[in-house]
Design a protein around this ligand. Sequence first.
Ligand SMILES: [Zn+2]
Length: 300
Amino acid sequence: MAIPFERDFAAPYDTVVSVAPRIRRLLARNPSPFTFKGTGVTIVGHGNVAVIDPGPDDPHHLEALRSALRNETVTHILVTHTHRDHSPASRALKDWTGAKIYGFGPHGSGKAEEGIVIEEGGDMEFCPDVVVRDGDMIQAHDFSFECVHTPGHTSNHVCYALKEEKALFSGDHVMGWSTTVVAPPDGDMAQYMQSLEKLLERDDAVYWPTHGGPIRDPKFFVKAYLEHRHEREAQILSCLRDGISTIPEMVLRIYAGLDPALRPAAALSVFAHLLRLTKEGRVAARGEPRLSARFQLNQP
Ligand SMILES: [Zn+2]
């Protein structure tokens, strides 16, 4: 089953676009291989609004954000996770509006409890005013959100479900244009796949990822996403059976034809799968399980 990606998404930069009765979006001009066309900042409501994933700390974007919100009262700032294309503008937005910032916690907070040191690359300054946990409800002016903790892409990733539209703001957990980067140590493939399974138990009608367009058949999409991960694992196990034991060799075989600039990301993804397989006891690393390690199948 191929993932039904939708890459036709086109939206103007720096312009607020109405996409559903209560949902408007502002696309930041930060396109990249990881952000697609850029960060889609979401504005929920009219008059009294919540803003989800305010975006990067970039002067041009901050100006566009300020202008987009000039006739609104911002009451809530919701952050799905602490990557630099999502959370940093929350500070400026809070300064202008006095609204509180909601999020799971600082970068790596979902892993800090396990005593794992988190790498650079996240928004290390992020600190929410209101810490949210799975199942928490956030009551805004005339709409409400349910918080759905979805660790995996990062350990502090949260999706927000807008009850009034059965819409799930899925952040980077599920995206319509691409699979999600799961890069250890903060990214965790075992958690990620559990967080996908978790969405299958919900009845959201539509997902709005932070990058790209909406996903209108979410359960079908998530099933395809999961199947893709299981296929990837089967490819890794087949490499190991054939005596291919290092990650760079696996990347060359599994991702033949990939842009070499994207190979480090692919290597991290393979590593994430190997860690999950190691945790399950199906695979063992020779020595410490790290990117440069050799891996082998555990004999049943
Ligand atoms: Zn991210």
